[in-house]
Write a protein that binds this ligand. Structure first.
Ligand SMILES: Cc1cc2nc3c(=O)[nH]c(=O)nc-3n(C[C@H](O)[C@H](O)[C@H](O)COP(=O)(O)OP(=O)(O)OC[C@H]3O[C@@H](n4cnc5c(N)ncnc54)[C@H](O)[C@@H]3O)c2cc1C
Length: 339
Protein backbone atom coordinates (compact mmCIF):
# COMPACT_ATOMS: atom_id res chain seq x y z
CA UNK A 1 0.00 0.00 0.00
CA UNK A 2 1.33 3.46 -0.86
CA UNK A 3 1.48 6.32 1.57
CA UNK A 4 -0.14 9.46 0.19
CA UNK A 5 0.92 11.53 3.19
CA UNK A 6 3.01 14.25 1.56
CA UNK A 7 6.70 14.41 2.29
CA UNK A 8 7.62 17.31 4.58
CA UNK A 9 10.28 18.35 2.08
CA UNK A 10 8.96 21.16 -0.10
CA UNK A 11 10.22 21.47 -3.68
CA UNK A 12 10.01 24.67 -5.70
CA UNK A 13 8.38 23.07 -8.74
CA UNK A 14 6.86 19.73 -9.64
CA UNK A 15 6.37 19.08 -13.34
CA UNK A 16 3.85 16.41 -14.34
CA UNK A 17 4.87 14.68 -17.57
CA UNK A 18 8.26 14.29 -19.23
CA UNK A 19 7.38 14.90 -22.87
CA UNK A 20 8.87 17.84 -24.78
CA UNK A 21 6.81 20.38 -22.78
CA UNK A 22 7.67 18.97 -19.34
CA UNK A 23 11.34 18.40 -20.18
CA UNK A 24 11.71 21.93 -21.52
CA UNK A 25 10.06 23.30 -18.39
CA UNK A 26 12.54 21.14 -16.45
CA UNK A 27 15.52 22.64 -18.32
CA UNK A 28 14.34 26.19 -17.62
CA UNK A 29 13.40 25.57 -13.98
CA UNK A 30 16.63 23.78 -13.10
CA UNK A 31 18.76 26.36 -14.92
CA UNK A 32 16.84 28.91 -12.84
CA UNK A 33 18.13 27.08 -9.76
CA UNK A 34 14.66 25.97 -8.71
CA UNK A 35 14.45 22.64 -6.92
CA UNK A 36 12.57 20.72 -9.55
CA UNK A 37 11.15 17.22 -9.90
CA UNK A 38 9.68 15.86 -13.13
CA UNK A 39 7.21 13.00 -12.63
CA UNK A 40 6.61 10.66 -15.56
CA UNK A 41 4.33 7.63 -15.57
CA UNK A 42 6.30 5.85 -18.33
CA UNK A 43 9.75 6.53 -19.69
CA UNK A 44 10.66 10.14 -20.46
CA UNK A 45 10.08 11.43 -23.98
CA UNK A 46 6.32 11.46 -24.40
CA UNK A 47 4.87 10.98 -27.85
CA UNK A 48 8.07 11.84 -29.71
CA UNK A 49 9.88 8.91 -28.14
CA UNK A 50 7.46 6.79 -30.18
CA UNK A 51 7.97 8.69 -33.43
CA UNK A 52 10.34 7.35 -36.05
CA UNK A 53 11.54 10.60 -37.60
CA UNK A 54 11.02 14.27 -36.74
CA UNK A 55 11.69 16.47 -39.75
CA UNK A 56 10.25 19.80 -38.65
CA UNK A 57 12.23 20.45 -35.49
CA UNK A 58 14.59 23.38 -36.15
CA UNK A 59 18.30 22.60 -36.11
CA UNK A 60 18.06 19.11 -37.59
CA UNK A 61 17.69 19.63 -41.36
CA UNK A 62 18.20 15.92 -42.05
CA UNK A 63 15.61 15.04 -39.41
CA UNK A 64 16.23 13.33 -36.10
CA UNK A 65 14.73 10.19 -34.63
CA UNK A 66 12.07 11.00 -32.06
CA UNK A 67 13.82 8.77 -29.55
CA UNK A 68 17.18 10.55 -29.96
CA UNK A 69 15.54 13.97 -29.65
CA UNK A 70 13.74 13.01 -26.47
CA UNK A 71 16.94 11.51 -24.99
CA UNK A 72 18.74 14.79 -25.66
CA UNK A 73 15.97 16.79 -23.97
CA UNK A 74 15.97 14.43 -21.00
CA UNK A 75 19.76 14.57 -20.59
CA UNK A 76 19.67 18.37 -20.75
CA UNK A 77 17.03 18.63 -18.02
CA UNK A 78 18.87 16.21 -15.75
CA UNK A 79 22.24 17.84 -16.47
CA UNK A 80 21.02 21.12 -15.03
CA UNK A 81 19.74 19.43 -11.88
CA UNK A 82 16.11 18.44 -12.42
CA UNK A 83 15.20 15.21 -10.63
CA UNK A 84 13.51 12.90 -13.14
CA UNK A 85 11.28 10.27 -11.56
CA UNK A 86 10.14 7.77 -14.21
CA UNK A 87 7.44 5.10 -13.85
CA UNK A 88 5.66 7.26 -11.31
CA UNK A 89 2.11 8.21 -12.27
CA UNK A 90 0.44 11.26 -10.80
CA UNK A 91 -3.09 10.54 -9.63
CA UNK A 92 -4.14 13.74 -7.82
CA UNK A 93 -3.25 17.34 -7.13
CA UNK A 94 -4.30 19.00 -3.89
CA UNK A 95 -4.04 22.61 -2.74
CA UNK A 96 -2.87 22.69 0.89
CA UNK A 97 -3.86 25.34 3.45
CA UNK A 98 -0.27 26.63 3.60
CA UNK A 99 -0.35 27.57 -0.10
CA UNK A 100 1.74 24.57 -1.22
CA UNK A 101 0.52 21.75 -3.45
CA UNK A 102 0.54 18.01 -2.78
CA UNK A 103 1.11 15.92 -5.86
CA UNK A 104 -0.07 12.39 -5.18
CA UNK A 105 1.49 9.57 -7.18
CA UNK A 106 1.16 5.80 -7.21
CA UNK A 107 4.27 5.71 -5.03
CA UNK A 108 3.44 8.38 -2.45
CA UNK A 109 3.10 12.14 -2.39
CA UNK A 110 5.37 15.13 -2.91
CA UNK A 111 4.97 18.77 -2.01
CA UNK A 112 5.88 21.85 -4.01
CA UNK A 113 5.19 25.57 -4.05
CA UNK A 114 4.39 25.53 -7.76
CA UNK A 115 3.22 22.90 -10.28
CA UNK A 116 3.54 22.69 -14.05
CA UNK A 117 1.06 20.38 -15.76
CA UNK A 118 2.41 18.80 -18.98
CA UNK A 119 0.64 15.41 -19.19
CA UNK A 120 0.13 15.47 -22.98
CA UNK A 121 -2.33 13.32 -24.90
CA UNK A 122 -2.80 9.74 -25.97
CA UNK A 123 -4.31 8.11 -29.05
CA UNK A 124 -8.09 8.03 -29.15
CA UNK A 125 -9.75 4.63 -29.30
CA UNK A 126 -12.38 3.96 -31.93
CA UNK A 127 -14.45 1.71 -29.67
CA UNK A 128 -15.28 -0.69 -32.52
CA UNK A 129 -15.73 -4.41 -31.80
CA UNK A 130 -12.39 -6.20 -31.75
CA UNK A 131 -10.29 -3.14 -30.93
CA UNK A 132 -9.88 -3.82 -27.22
CA UNK A 133 -9.67 -7.61 -27.68
CA UNK A 134 -6.78 -7.40 -30.17
CA UNK A 135 -4.58 -4.84 -28.39
CA UNK A 136 -1.09 -6.30 -28.53
CA UNK A 137 -2.30 -8.91 -31.05
CA UNK A 138 -2.53 -6.68 -34.10
CA UNK A 139 -4.11 -3.44 -32.86
CA UNK A 140 -1.65 -0.65 -32.13
CA UNK A 141 -1.31 3.11 -31.70
CA UNK A 142 2.45 3.09 -32.29
CA UNK A 143 3.95 2.27 -35.68
CA UNK A 144 7.46 2.96 -34.40
CA UNK A 145 7.08 0.43 -31.61
CA UNK A 146 5.31 -2.30 -33.56
CA UNK A 147 6.01 -1.66 -37.26
CA UNK A 148 8.86 -4.16 -37.54
CA UNK A 149 6.48 -6.97 -36.54
CA UNK A 150 4.71 -6.54 -39.88
CA UNK A 151 7.58 -7.26 -42.26
CA UNK A 152 6.11 -8.69 -45.46
CA UNK A 153 2.56 -8.38 -44.17
CA UNK A 154 -0.47 -6.16 -44.75
CA UNK A 155 -1.67 -3.47 -42.38
CA UNK A 156 -4.34 -0.78 -42.21
CA UNK A 157 -3.84 2.71 -40.83
CA UNK A 158 -7.00 4.52 -39.79
CA UNK A 159 -6.96 8.33 -40.06
CA UNK A 160 -6.06 11.10 -42.50
CA UNK A 161 -3.99 13.60 -40.52
CA UNK A 162 -0.23 14.05 -40.24
CA UNK A 163 0.26 11.20 -37.80
CA UNK A 164 -1.75 8.71 -39.88
CA UNK A 165 0.02 9.55 -43.13
CA UNK A 166 3.53 9.78 -41.68
CA UNK A 167 3.20 6.59 -39.68
CA UNK A 168 1.59 4.87 -42.68
CA UNK A 169 4.63 5.82 -44.76
CA UNK A 170 6.89 4.49 -42.04
CA UNK A 171 5.01 1.19 -42.07
CA UNK A 172 5.72 0.78 -45.81
CA UNK A 173 9.34 0.08 -44.79
CA UNK A 174 8.15 -3.24 -43.39
CA UNK A 175 4.71 -4.10 -44.71
CA UNK A 176 4.08 -5.15 -48.31
CA UNK A 177 0.87 -3.16 -48.33
CA UNK A 178 -0.60 -0.36 -46.23
CA UNK A 179 -4.28 0.53 -46.53
CA UNK A 180 -5.01 4.07 -45.38
CA UNK A 181 -8.65 4.19 -44.28
CA UNK A 182 -10.00 7.73 -44.10
CA UNK A 183 -13.53 8.95 -43.53
CA UNK A 184 -13.16 11.77 -46.05
CA UNK A 185 -12.06 11.85 -49.71
CA UNK A 186 -8.95 13.92 -49.07
CA UNK A 187 -6.17 13.88 -46.51
CA UNK A 188 -5.72 16.52 -43.81
CA UNK A 189 -1.98 15.85 -43.60
CA UNK A 190 0.62 18.44 -44.64
CA UNK A 191 1.21 18.67 -48.42
CA UNK A 192 4.71 17.14 -48.24
CA UNK A 193 3.39 14.06 -46.44
CA UNK A 194 0.47 13.76 -48.85
CA UNK A 195 2.77 13.92 -51.88
CA UNK A 196 4.98 11.18 -50.45
CA UNK A 197 1.99 9.00 -49.63
CA UNK A 198 0.45 9.34 -53.10
CA UNK A 199 3.82 8.50 -54.68
CA UNK A 200 4.30 5.36 -52.58
CA UNK A 201 3.22 2.23 -54.49
CA UNK A 202 2.65 0.29 -51.25
CA UNK A 203 -0.08 2.67 -50.07
CA UNK A 204 -3.71 2.08 -51.03
CA UNK A 205 -6.30 4.68 -50.05
CA UNK A 206 -9.72 3.60 -48.83
CA UNK A 207 -11.67 6.85 -49.05
CA UNK A 208 -14.91 7.86 -47.36
CA UNK A 209 -14.66 4.89 -45.06
CA UNK A 210 -14.77 4.22 -41.35
CA UNK A 211 -13.70 1.10 -39.46
CA UNK A 212 -16.57 -1.03 -38.15
CA UNK A 213 -15.05 -4.24 -36.82
CA UNK A 214 -11.72 -5.99 -36.32
CA UNK A 215 -11.78 -9.76 -36.77
CA UNK A 216 -9.39 -12.62 -36.24
CA UNK A 217 -8.72 -15.75 -34.29
CA UNK A 218 -5.59 -15.42 -32.15
CA UNK A 219 -4.32 -12.40 -34.12
CA UNK A 220 -5.95 -9.74 -36.31
CA UNK A 221 -6.94 -11.12 -39.69
CA UNK A 222 -9.35 -8.53 -41.10
CA UNK A 223 -10.68 -5.00 -40.78
CA UNK A 224 -14.23 -4.42 -41.86
CA UNK A 225 -14.90 -0.88 -43.12
CA UNK A 226 -18.04 0.94 -44.21
CA UNK A 227 -18.21 3.50 -46.99
CA UNK A 228 -20.02 6.43 -45.39
CA UNK A 229 -21.50 7.55 -48.73
CA UNK A 230 -22.70 4.24 -50.18
CA UNK A 231 -22.88 2.26 -46.89
CA UNK A 232 -21.17 -0.63 -48.67
CA UNK A 233 -19.13 -2.86 -46.39
CA UNK A 234 -15.68 -4.03 -47.39
CA UNK A 235 -13.37 -6.48 -45.64
CA UNK A 236 -9.68 -5.63 -45.77
CA UNK A 237 -7.44 -8.66 -45.18
CA UNK A 238 -4.90 -7.22 -42.75
CA UNK A 239 -2.56 -8.48 -40.04
CA UNK A 240 -2.44 -5.19 -38.16
CA UNK A 241 -4.55 -2.10 -37.55
CA UNK A 242 -2.92 1.20 -36.50
CA UNK A 243 -5.29 3.83 -35.13
CA UNK A 244 -4.53 7.54 -35.67
CA UNK A 245 -7.99 9.05 -35.23
CA UNK A 246 -7.29 11.86 -32.83
CA UNK A 247 -6.09 12.35 -29.32
CA UNK A 248 -7.42 12.51 -25.80
CA UNK A 249 -5.77 14.69 -23.15
CA UNK A 250 -4.40 12.85 -20.11
CA UNK A 251 -6.38 15.02 -17.74
CA UNK A 252 -9.17 12.93 -16.19
CA UNK A 253 -7.42 13.18 -12.81
CA UNK A 254 -7.55 17.00 -13.09
CA UNK A 255 -11.32 17.20 -13.44
CA UNK A 256 -12.73 19.45 -10.68
CA UNK A 257 -9.22 20.73 -9.87
CA UNK A 258 -8.44 23.05 -12.79
CA UNK A 259 -10.69 24.24 -15.62
CA UNK A 260 -10.95 21.87 -18.57
CA UNK A 261 -12.68 22.57 -21.87
CA UNK A 262 -15.41 20.29 -23.21
CA UNK A 263 -12.78 17.95 -24.73
CA UNK A 264 -10.77 17.79 -21.52
CA UNK A 265 -7.93 20.15 -22.47
CA UNK A 266 -6.61 22.41 -19.67
CA UNK A 267 -7.80 26.01 -19.88
CA UNK A 268 -5.34 28.78 -18.98
CA UNK A 269 -4.88 32.45 -19.65
CA UNK A 270 -2.29 33.75 -22.11
CA UNK A 271 0.48 33.25 -19.54
CA UNK A 272 -0.41 29.58 -19.05
CA UNK A 273 -1.89 30.21 -15.60
CA UNK A 274 -4.65 27.85 -14.50
CA UNK A 275 -7.23 28.98 -12.00
CA UNK A 276 -4.96 27.76 -9.16
CA UNK A 277 -2.26 30.24 -8.14
CA UNK A 278 1.18 28.86 -9.02
CA UNK A 279 -0.19 26.04 -11.21
CA UNK A 280 0.58 26.33 -14.92
CA UNK A 281 -0.20 24.12 -17.93
CA UNK A 282 1.68 23.59 -21.19
CA UNK A 283 1.97 21.36 -24.24
CA UNK A 284 -0.55 19.11 -25.94
CA UNK A 285 -2.76 18.78 -22.84
CA UNK A 286 -3.27 22.56 -22.85
CA UNK A 287 -6.17 23.96 -24.86
CA UNK A 288 -3.90 25.43 -27.54
CA UNK A 289 -4.32 25.45 -31.31
CA UNK A 290 -1.23 23.45 -32.34
CA UNK A 291 -0.17 20.00 -31.15
CA UNK A 292 3.46 19.99 -32.22
CA UNK A 293 6.87 19.82 -30.53
CA UNK A 294 7.69 23.47 -31.33
CA UNK A 295 4.53 24.59 -29.54
CA UNK A 296 5.09 22.24 -26.61
CA UNK A 297 8.63 23.42 -25.96
CA UNK A 298 7.66 27.09 -26.31
CA UNK A 299 4.92 26.62 -23.77
CA UNK A 300 7.21 24.58 -21.50
CA UNK A 301 9.65 27.48 -21.44
CA UNK A 302 6.92 30.03 -20.72
CA UNK A 303 5.36 27.92 -17.97
CA UNK A 304 8.76 27.60 -16.27
CA UNK A 305 9.44 31.33 -16.46
CA UNK A 306 5.98 32.01 -15.04
CA UNK A 307 6.63 29.57 -12.18
CA UNK A 308 9.92 31.30 -11.46
CA UNK A 309 8.23 34.72 -11.38
CA UNK A 310 5.51 33.39 -9.13
CA UNK A 311 8.06 31.99 -6.66
CA UNK A 312 10.15 35.19 -6.81
CA UNK A 313 7.04 37.16 -5.93
CA UNK A 314 6.26 34.83 -3.03
CA UNK A 315 9.83 35.20 -1.73
CA UNK A 316 9.94 39.00 -2.11
CA UNK A 317 6.39 40.04 -1.49
CA UNK A 318 5.31 43.27 -3.09
CA UNK A 319 1.59 43.90 -2.66
CA UNK A 320 -0.24 42.18 -5.52
CA UNK A 321 2.94 40.73 -7.07
CA UNK A 322 2.33 37.02 -6.32
CA UNK A 323 -1.09 36.96 -7.89
CA UNK A 324 0.15 39.01 -10.83
CA UNK A 325 2.99 36.59 -11.48
CA UNK A 326 1.38 33.32 -10.63
CA UNK A 327 -2.15 33.16 -11.61
CA UNK A 328 -4.84 32.47 -11.86
CA UNK A 329 -6.50 32.18 -15.22
CA UNK A 330 -9.58 33.48 -13.52
CA UNK A 331 -7.63 36.59 -12.53
CA UNK A 332 -6.86 37.17 -16.21
CA UNK A 333 -4.90 40.22 -17.25
CA UNK A 334 -1.35 40.56 -18.45
CA UNK A 335 0.41 41.63 -15.28
CA UNK A 336 2.80 38.67 -15.47
CA UNK A 337 4.48 39.86 -18.65
CA UNK A 338 7.37 41.87 -17.20
CA UNK A 339 10.35 39.99 -15.81
C1 LIG B 1 2.92 9.42 -34.24
C2 LIG B 1 3.22 10.86 -33.91
C3 LIG B 1 4.13 11.56 -34.68
C4 LIG B 1 4.42 12.91 -34.39
N1 LIG B 1 5.33 13.56 -35.17
C5 LIG B 1 5.62 14.86 -34.89
C6 LIG B 1 6.59 15.57 -35.68
O1 LIG B 1 7.19 15.02 -36.61
N2 LIG B 1 6.82 16.87 -35.36
C7 LIG B 1 6.18 17.52 -34.33
O2 LIG B 1 6.45 18.71 -34.10
N3 LIG B 1 5.27 16.86 -33.57
C8 LIG B 1 4.98 15.56 -33.84
N4 LIG B 1 4.05 14.90 -33.07
C9 LIG B 1 3.37 15.64 -31.98
C10 LIG B 1 4.32 15.77 -30.78
O3 LIG B 1 4.81 14.49 -30.45
C11 LIG B 1 3.57 16.39 -29.60
O4 LIG B 1 3.09 17.65 -29.97
C12 LIG B 1 4.47 16.55 -28.39
O5 LIG B 1 5.03 15.31 -28.00
C13 LIG B 1 3.69 17.15 -27.21
O6 LIG B 1 4.52 17.19 -26.09
P1 LIG B 1 3.93 17.21 -24.60
O7 LIG B 1 5.12 17.20 -23.69
O8 LIG B 1 2.93 18.27 -24.45
O9 LIG B 1 3.11 15.85 -24.44
P2 LIG B 1 3.51 14.33 -24.62
O10 LIG B 1 4.56 14.15 -25.63
O11 LIG B 1 2.22 13.62 -24.80
O12 LIG B 1 4.14 13.95 -23.20
C14 LIG B 1 3.36 13.92 -22.04
C15 LIG B 1 4.01 12.99 -21.04
O13 LIG B 1 3.27 13.03 -19.80
C16 LIG B 1 3.18 11.73 -19.27
N5 LIG B 1 2.00 11.66 -18.39
C17 LIG B 1 0.70 11.74 -18.74
N6 LIG B 1 -0.09 11.65 -17.66
C18 LIG B 1 0.73 11.50 -16.60
C19 LIG B 1 0.50 11.32 -15.20
N7 LIG B 1 -0.72 11.31 -14.69
N8 LIG B 1 1.57 11.18 -14.39
C20 LIG B 1 2.84 11.19 -14.90
N9 LIG B 1 3.11 11.34 -16.22
C21 LIG B 1 2.07 11.50 -17.05
C22 LIG B 1 3.04 10.85 -20.50
O14 LIG B 1 3.44 9.51 -20.21
C23 LIG B 1 4.00 11.53 -21.48
O15 LIG B 1 5.32 11.00 -21.40
C24 LIG B 1 3.76 13.55 -33.31
C25 LIG B 1 2.85 12.84 -32.53
C26 LIG B 1 2.59 11.50 -32.82
C27 LIG B 1 1.60 10.73 -31.97
Amino acid sequence: MTDSTPSTDILDVIIVGAGPAGLTAGIYCSRGRLRTAILERNMAGGQIALTELVENYPGFPEGISGFDLSEKMKDQAVQFGAELREIEAVTALRAEPDGCYSVVTDRGALRARSVILAPGVEGRRSGIPGEAEFIGRGVSWCATCDGALYRGRTVAVVGGGDSAVEEGLFLTKFADKVYLVHRRDELRAAPIARERAFANPKMEFVWDSVPRRIDGDQMVEALEVENVKTHEMRTLPVNGVFMYIGQLPNTTWLKDIVDLDEQGFIVTDGYLRTKLPGVFACGDAHANPLKQIAMAIGEGALAAIQAQRYLDALDSPVPGAASAAGGSAAAGGSAAAPA
